[in-house]
Write a new protein. Structure first.
Ligand code: PAF
Length: 283
């Protein structure tokens, strides 16, 4: 069945009240549209986490893009998105206008700290997580979901949202969903459409370098040597590297003697910036 489309906060709240009538838990999957199989997985993860009803938001959030970034050309594919969400069984699609999210006079921003200042994406996109945190907090208060699902592909974003939700006592369970990949390992991303054929052919080198580093680290390799080798491999494959870092998976600080490890990368190929990350089993 086609999902109900809500464009205003009042319509969204009325629709969510309806969804709750039979006591269902409501899940929210926030997206910027241009949906791919990774987003469909987010809806499945929401169901598995106990969402009897599902709201998917589609909003290309201007405040998380720097002026030189790709806000204007970010792919907008609303009709195709709706078809995918109908198939995925979404109950409500919330697609607010920019003026609904940021009316005249809007003047309040959430400034996340902790994992938002880990020296990863924030080094290259200093305003980004304030925009993400603010819009996600707004989506939470507008929709009031029981749980919300975010992809691990944006691993620092997930950590920032977990931290913010705890710090602001937002009554929403945050659920992370594993990254979905193409057959050759490239992480699905709405930005993959920017890749030329030759860039697309080279792009899986990023994931291959992550896998190679993780295997060496698990085998007891020293982090600085393994990372130096990984950085060189990524550059040899034709990328301009922003970072390749091994971090503690929870707070994204330096990897400690306990806790899980995560390897995170961002690199540019041509005009496209790709990010990826994987779990690193400890030696
Ligand atoms: O991951 C995204 O698509 C966006 O950052 C989000 C969480 C929908 C906020 O705009």
């Amino acid at each position: 069945m086609a999902p109900l489309i809500a464009r205003t906060i009042a319509d969204l709240r009325a629709a969510v009240a309806d969804l709750r009538q039979d006591g269902a838990r409501v899940g929210l999957v926030p997206t910027m549209g241009a949906l791919h199989a990774g987003h469909v997985t987010l809806t499945q993860v929401a169901r598995r986490a106990g969402a009897g009803k599902l709201v998917v938001s589609i909003f290309v959030n201007p405040t998380q893009f720097a002026p030189h970034e790709d806000f204007a050309k970010y792919p907008r594919t609303f009709e195709a998105d709706l078809a995918k969400l109908a198939e995925a069984g979404a109950d409500v699609v919330y697609a607010p206008a920019p003026e609904t999210m940021y009316p005249d006079g809007f003047a309040t921003t959430i400034l996340p700290g902790g994992p938002a200042l880990a020296g990863l994406e924030d080094r290259f996109r200093p305003e980004h997580f304030a925009g993400v945190a603010t819009v996600v907090a707004k989506l939470f208060t507008q929709c009031a979901p029981d749980l919300a699902v975010f992809g691990e592909k944006d691993f620092q974003q997930l950590a920032v949202i977990r931290r913010m939700t705890r710090d602001l006592d937002l009554p929403v369970e945050i659920v992370g969903a594993p990254t979905v990949r193409e057959g050759d390992g490239l992480a699905l991303s709405s930005r993959n459409v920017y890749l030329s054929a030759s860039e697309r052919a080279r792009a899986p080198a990023l994931q291959a370098a992550l896998q190679d580093c993780a295997a060496r680290l698990q085998a007891g390799g020293r982090a600085d040597a393994v990372l130096a080798q990984g950085r060189a491999a990524i550059e040899t494959a034709g990328f301009a590297l922003d970072y390749l870092e091994l971090r503690d998976a929870d707070g994204l600080g330096a990897p400690g003697p306990a806790g899980r490890w995560r390897l995170l990368v961002a690199a540019r190929i041509g005009a496209t910036r790709l990010i990826d990350n994987i779990d690193v089993p400890r030696p």
